[in-house]
Design a protein around this ligand. Structure first.
Ligand SMILES: *Cc1c(COP(=O)(O)O)cnc(C)c1O
Length: 223
C-alpha cells in the first residue's frame, strides 16, 4: 500500500515538475510520518524513501531509536518548545519550523560540534492567521540577517503552511507571495522552499517548492 502510494506520489511530483517548467528532480518528497509507526517508515524506506518529517520530539526520538540502523535524513517540522531544542539539535538533520531568533540561537548553541551545521528553514505565517505559528513576512529580512550569522546552523530557506484552500489558484497565491519576498532579500544563498502538503502539492510545485511535506497521501489518514 505505502509502496504503491509512494510510486504514485513520485510520479505526480515528476509530472508537476514538467507541467510547471521545473527542473526534473528539483522537488524533494519529505514523508511526514507523525502518528505513524516505525514499521510504516520502514515500509516507505524499503520502497526507496529516505527523508522523513516528524512533528513531536518524543514520538520522533522513539522511532529514531527503533530505526537507528536505517540511513534516514530526519526533518523536524512541528512547533518547537525551548525545552526540546537540545534534543532537536542533536537528533535531526533539518528543522523547518524555526519561528524566532531565540529558538534559532538555542539550536545553534546546542548543535553538537561533531555534526555538520543544522539545516534550518524559517516558518513564515503567510496567510496571516492569528493561530498559526511563524514569523510575519515583514520580519523575514531582519530574521535572515540575525540567523545567517549563527555558527552551527545553516539557513536554507523558508517553510509555509497556508490556510487550507480547495481552489488551485487560491492555493498558489500565498506560495507565490512568499517566493517573491524571498527573491527580494539580499543574498543569503537560500535554496529551499518547504511549501506543499497532500492537498496543495501541485500548487506548491507550480510556485517554486523544493520540498513538499506529504503525510496523508502517503501513509493514509491520521487518527
Ligand atoms: C502534518 C503536516 C504535514 C503533512 O500534512 P498532510 O496533509 O497529511 O500531507 C505537512 N507539514 C506540516 C507542518 C504538518 O504538520
Amino acid at each position: 500500500m505505502i509502496n504503491k502510494r509512494l510510486k504514485q506520489l513520485l510520479a505526480q511530483i515528476r509530472q508537476a515538475e514538467i507541467t510547471y517548467n521545473r527542473k526534473p528532480g528539483d522537488v524533494l518528497l519529505l514523508a511526514v510520518s507523525k502518528t505513524k509507526t516505525a514499521q510504516d517508515i520502514a515500509q516507505a524506506y524499503s520502497a526507496g524513501q529516505r527523508h522523513f518529517g516528524e512533528n513531536y520530539c518524543q514520538e520522533a526520538l522513539k522511532k529514531q531509536q527503533e530505526l537507528s540502523a536505517y540511513d534516514i535524513t530526519w526533518h523536524f517540522i512541528g512547533p518547537i518548545q525551548s525545552n526540546k531544542t537540545k534534543a532537536i539539535a542533536t537528533h535531526f538533520n533539518w528543522v523547518h519550523s524555526v519561528d524566532s531568533f531565540k529558538i534559532a540561537k538555542r539550536l545553534s548553541e546546542q548543535r553538537p560540534s561533531a555534526l555538520p551545521p543544522l539545516n534550518i528553514c524559517l516558518q513564515v505565517n503567510i496567510s496571516g492567521e492569528q493561530s498559526k505559528s511563524g514569523i510575519v513576512l515583514n520580519e523575514l529580512a531582519e530574521m535572515c540577517v540575525l540567523i545567517a550569522a549563527l555558527p552551527n546552523i545553516k539557513l536554507r530557506g523558508v517553510m509555509a503552511v497556508p490556510e487550507p484552500e480547495d481552489n488551485f489558484e487560491l492555493q498558489r497565491k500565498p506560495f507565490k507571495a512568499l517566493y517573491q519576498a524571498v527573491a527580494k532579500l539580499g543574498d543569503f544563498k537560500l535554496d529551499t522552499y518547504s511549501f506543499g502538503m497532500s492537498n496543495d502539492l501541485n500548487a506548491a510545485v507550480a510556485e517554486g517548492a523544493t520540498i513538499v511535506r506529504i503525510g496523508t497521501a502517503l501513509f493514509g489518514a491520521r487518527e
